[in-house]
Design a protein around this ligand. Sequence first.
Ligand code: HOC
Length: 393
Amino acid sequence: RPPLTFQASKWEELACSRLSADSKGYVYGSAGVRETTDKNRAAFKKWSIVPRRLVKYDGFPDLKTEILGEQLSVPIAMAPVGVLKIFNPDGEMAATRAAAQEAVPYILSTASSTSIEDVAQANGVDGQRWYQLYWPSREHDDITISLLQRANKAGFTTLFVTLDTYILGWRPSDMDNGYNPFMRADRIGVELGMTDPVFRQQFKERHGVDVEEKMNSAAPEWMRTIFPGTSKGWEDVEFLKSHWDGPIVLKGIQSIVDAKKAAEVGVAGIVVSNHGGRQQDGGNSSLGVLPHIVDAVGDKLTIFFDSGIQSGADIAKALALGADCVLVGRPYVYGLALGGEKGVEHVLKSLVGELELTLHLAGIQSVKKEHLNREALVLEDDLFNSVKGIGLH
Ligand code: HOC
């Protein structure tokens, strides 16, 4: 059994000791020499929470917020993570049920091992669900449209378009294991594409048989469709806007120039993310770029943040630096690996509880910007002579 109190590093260690080499390599693995991943973590330590005393308010901090027209009980969502069945046979079904149970939005990955419709049903009528798109090349617009229509019909409200993964990064552990998009279907754990009617029809036209009769060709063909190897341009965002009924958020933004471009093309938000360091090695920490991007476009776009969050204090820091909502990935996967649906619920409960307590101890009465902001933090390097930082209070 994992220790009762969720601590990301301990749950990670235990989950990794139990998982197969493929599954461990996939979740724990990062790009290159893990420089971006390590920087993601290190960046949180550069910021310190400066607690205020004798701040009188009733009850506990208010974590409720509104994101893109939806009421959230807490500014946390479950990041899109692919192939969850490699961690637990209930995969996305367990994860999305836990999300609904804890009233946290669930973002379904295009690389999921469960269909859009099954996930929607498990997430339930009260669940909040968002859809993540790995964007096929423009010659497969018919498949993109099919995915978007299915997701819209199944009650997914916001679309997250991942821009940093048109090809998978240089991931040594997956490469050593031979775990890649082109391996055998039974090992990869991807079913979603196999259920798409447009993909299925085209496969039959190409091979003369149904997907099920040639799974070991179908799986890599699907993966090549969603990771096409080439990027689209800014002008292509218009196509998505005309086929998605709801807000669109661009995921993977790491520069001010791209954040401004996103605002120009008229999307609703961005995710400041480097894919948990799984794509580009040698990059900046995602938390490091966050405040700069917030300063440039925070008044125009809803800002989501991910990459490196492991605790309630981390969430408080990202929100204080200007994120409107954070996405959590690896921690819930460790919960799934160790305890299925209950394990994911436990991780979510712990993160929410720790966030609430962190704010309470700091005298911060809500997640609203007027309470939780940069003045609630001070840069650690400045602390030695931080009369300036502390003087802000
Ligand atoms: C072989 C399956 O978002 C990630 C995912 C997508 C990859 C699916 C690959 O790992 O970053």
